[in-house]
Structure formats: structure tokens, C-alpha cells
Design a protein around this ligand. Structure first.
Ligand code: ATP
Ligand code: MG
Length: 416
């Protein structure tokens, strides 16, 4: 079907685009208040940017990327996620050169070749933050708290925060060995993807969408038994800080997150309504270094905007977003239409929204238009009004009509 949108993509128009912009402005204003500055990076990157960071064994790289060769035979990829691109930009522009913690946020489309269904699209939008500079349980807590605050400021309820640690490098190495040992004689019970994950990164098996609920996976060794003392203490301090801030959470041993770059704290906010993650994130120790940058740790999260929108629709959380039209101008001949255009322009400059009929000169169709739009005021311009400079203004709500001089219409409409 040449003239239908591509499978798994969405058109936003009318109320939907207003809801989208409502979420965007709400979340950006919150993080701006937290001192985050916006980073806008290209929608595509060299493929290597994602392969080396997100990891070859991840679902994203192994099967979800929109990768293509451009006319110069370069392999490019439509960004499937934000973090790798933000790190690339951070390192390439040497934004680490000045001291202090750096906080960025981004908002925009991501692309993943997934099986489309409610809450899962091939082009979707993410809002995310990344913080570079320190590895501290208190910073982790602050970042998680800001995600929690975003949800509460959108009035979204019924969300569970799941949290886990996947430890530092040493803990992960011990754990990976234990998983290999455990899964090595159970491979026949796993899906083909998991057989592959076994070789490349056995922790990915725990994140499997096919086998995830099976007993084999549920009974697999748990990371908490392989953590170094340091990693354990880091996690416990993060949880303690969350307790102090009264952020409820559930520790989930099987939460490993689908991207390779995470270390230590990982978390997801899951919706009770459909069981999908509305936001996910974690800490990454080595990502900046792996982009040939300095040894600076980072932490971030990303919200799925479509998933937020679905929940807000379900819970009826959007305010009234229809723009009410303030004024409809009815004009009774061609010359009056010119007058109407001039009046509309003056009113709009004064932030008064105006509609008019460009075609009809008789009253009936213009009143029909006005009925449909339901403005607060109707201004009528005909020959008599043009000549006297005094226009008929109907106050629709209060059902009254006045004669108003041209230069008083703005005040009248604004109720001054
Ligand atoms: P899932 O487990 O649902 O596939 P994920 O772990 O792949 O999610 P992340 O890469 O962490 O997701 O992305 C962060 C957020 O972006 C998710 O929590 C979700 O809200 C949203 N998201 C991810 N993939 C999609 C998609 N295909 N369509 C819509 N939203 C998505
Ligand atoms: Mg996914």
C-alpha cells in the first residue's frame, strides 16, 4: 500500500498532536528545573555508535536496527535509542573539558524494527536524561527521584519501580561465569536467540521476551549472590536513599536491562495497566571511555512517550487541550472580507484566536461555521459597519450584542 503510513508508525494530528506536545512541554519544564540542558543530535549515526555501546547480543543490535548504506557506502543507522548518541556527542565535542557534573536531556523519535502492537512501535518517541561526572548512590537516587517526580507531576498512578544492581565489572564477570555454568546443559530448552545470547552475553538470557517467565530462567543464579562487597554497599546505599525520600520500589533479581552498557544500578518503571515499562534506565561506568573519552561514569533513563500517552488517556489525565476560538468574523461582501482580514490580523497580534469564512457572503453558511466553531464572540462586518467604523459584536456566552468601535474591539473581546 503505497499511500499508507509505514507499519508500526503513527500520525499525530488534532488532539493527538496536542497531547504529544503537552507531554513534551511538561517533562522538559520539569527537567529544566533540575538544571538539565537539552541536547539535540542527528536522527542517524554511524552504525558503529550503537553496535559498540548497546552491544551485539542485545535485541536492539541483533534484530531491531534500521541500518542502511548511504550513497557513499557508509553504514548508517536510524537511532534506536538516545544514550549512545548523547555520549558520542559529549565526547566528540569534549564537553567533559570543563569541571562538574553535566546533565542533558533529549526528546525525539527512535526507530526499532519490532513487532508492532499497543505500546510498541517502529518509530516511537523517547524523552531521556543523561548525567555525567560522578558515581554515587545519592546521584543514582536523585536521578531515579526525578523520573518518579515526572510521573507524579503527570499524575500517573499505578506504576511500580523495579530496581536491581548488575554490579561492577568483577561482580559481572563472576556472575556471567555462573550463568554459563548453569545454562550449559539447559540450552535445548531455550529459544534460538537465547542460545546465541549464551555465547555472547548470558545475562541477556534473563531479559528474554520468549523464555523470560520460564522456571529455567526464574531459577537461574541471582546476581546478588555474586556481588563484590563494594557493589553490594553501593546498591544498599542507593536503596537507603530511596527509602529516605519515600520512593517505593521492588527489588527484582531478574532485571538486567536489554542494553550491554549498564553497570551497577538498573531500574524500570512498570505500568500496572499493561505491564509495559514506561521508563527505564541505569548507570554505565565505561561507556564514555569506550567512545575514546575520559574515564567518566554516567547514568540515565528514557521514557516512552507513546506509553505515557496511552496511560494518560486510559486514566483520563489530560487537561482540556482544545484551543477555543475567541472570535469568528462574519463578513457580508468582498470588501468586508478585506476588512475582516485586517481585523483578524490585528486581533491575532493581540493573541486573540480568530477564524473567518473566506468564501460566503450570506449570513446562513457563516453562522453555520460559527456554530461549529463555537467562539466566544462573533463580529459582523457589512457595508454599514465599514462606513460607520462601528461593528456588531455578539457575546455568545452571555447572549448579548453590542455596537463596538473598531479600536475598542480588542478590549471588548479581552473583557477589559
Ligand atoms: P521493552 O522491554 O518494552 O522492549 P526496552 O528495554 O527495549 O523496553 P528501552 O530501550 O529501555 O526499552 O527504552 C526506554 C523506554 O522506551 C521503554 O521503557 C519504553 O517506554 C520505550 N520503548 C522502547 N521500545 C519501544 C517501542 N518499540 N515502542 C514504544 N516505546 C518503546
Ligand atoms: Mg525492547
Amino acid at each position: 500500500m503505497a499511500y499508507q503510513k509505514v507499519k508500526g508508525t503513527l500520525d499525530y494530528f488534532d488532539l493527538d498532536s496536542k497531547k504529544y506536545r503537552f507531554i513534551e512541554s511538561k517533562v522538559s519544564s520539569i527537567v529544566k528545573g533540575y538544571g538539565f540542558s537539552e541536547m539535540i543530535t542527528p536522527i542517524f549515526e554511524n552504525t558503529e555508535v550503537f553496535v559498540r555501546s548497546v552491544g551485539e547480543a542485545s535485541d536492539i543490535v541483533s534484530k531491531e536496527m534500521y541500518t542502511f548504506l548511504d550513497k557513499g557506502e557508509r553504514s548508517l543507522t536510524l537511532r534506536p535509542e538516545g544514550t549512545a548518541a548523547i555520549v558520542r556527542c559529549f565526547v566528540e565535542n569534549k564537553l567533559y573539558a570543563t569541571p562538574g557534573i553535566k546533565k542533558y536531556y533529549y526528546f525525539g523519535p527512535m526507530f526499532r524494527y519490532e513487532r508492532p502492537q499497543k505500546g510498541r512501535y517502529r518509530q516511537f518517541n523517547q524523552f531521556g536524561v543523561e548525567v555525567y561526572g560522578d558515581a554515587s548512590p545519592y546521584l543514582d537516587c536523585d536521578v531515579i527521584y526525578s523520573a518518579y517526580k515526572i510521573l507524579s507531576s503527570l499524575k500517573i498512578k499505578g506504576i511500580k519501580l523495579k530496581i536491581n544492581t548488575i554490579g561492577d565489572f568483577e561482580s559481572r564477570k563472576n556472575y556471567t561465569d555462573a550463568l554459563r555454568n548453569y545454562f550449559k546443559d539447559k540450552l535445548e530448552f531455550l529459544c534460538d536467540d537465547c542460545k546465541n545470547r549464551f555465547a555472547k552475553n548470558p545475562m541477556r538470557i534473563l531479559d528474554c521476551k520468549v523464555d523470560g517467565e520460564s522456571d529455567i530462567i526464574k531459577n537461574a543464579p541471582k546476581i546478588k549472590d555474586y556481588l563484590t562487597d563494594e557493589a553490594k554497599e553501593y546498591f544498599n546505599n542507593t536503596l537507603k536513599a530511596l527509602d529516605e525520600l519515600k520512593v517505593p520500589y521492588i527489588c527484582d533479581d531478574n532485571l538486567v536491562r536489554g542494553l550491554d552498557y549498564y553497570t551497577d544500578t538498573v531500574f524500570e518503571f512498570i505500568s500496572d495497566f499493561d505491564g509495559l515499562a514506561i521508563c527505564a534506565g541505569g548507570r554505565y561506568a565505561d561507556l564514555i571511555k569506550s567512545f575514546d573519552g575520559p574515564d567518566i561514569p554516567g547514568i540515565g533513563f528514557a521514557f516512552g512517550i507513546e506509553r505515557i500517552k496511552n496511560i494518560m488517556e486510559q486514566e483520563d489525565l489530560f487537561p482540556k487541550l482544545d484551543n477555543l476560538t475567541d472570535v469568528v468574523i462574519i463578513s457580508l461582501d468582498d470588501e468586508s472580507k478585506i476588512c475582516a482580514l485586517k481585523l483578524a490580523s490585528i486581533l491575532r497580534e493581540n493573541k486573540i484566536t480568530v477564524e473567518m469564512d473566506y468564501k460566503n457572503n450570506s449570513l446562513k453558511p457563516q453562522f453555520k461555521l460559527s456554530d461549529r466553531i463555537n467562539p466566544k464572540y462573533i463580529v459582523i462586518i457589512g457595508e454599514a459597519e465599514r462606513e460607520s467604523g462601528i461593528y456588531t459584536v455578539k457575546d455568545v456566552l452571555n447572549k448579548k450584542e453590542d455596537k463596538v468601535e473598531l479600536n475598542k474591539i480588542i478590549d471588548y473581546v479581552k473583557g477589559e
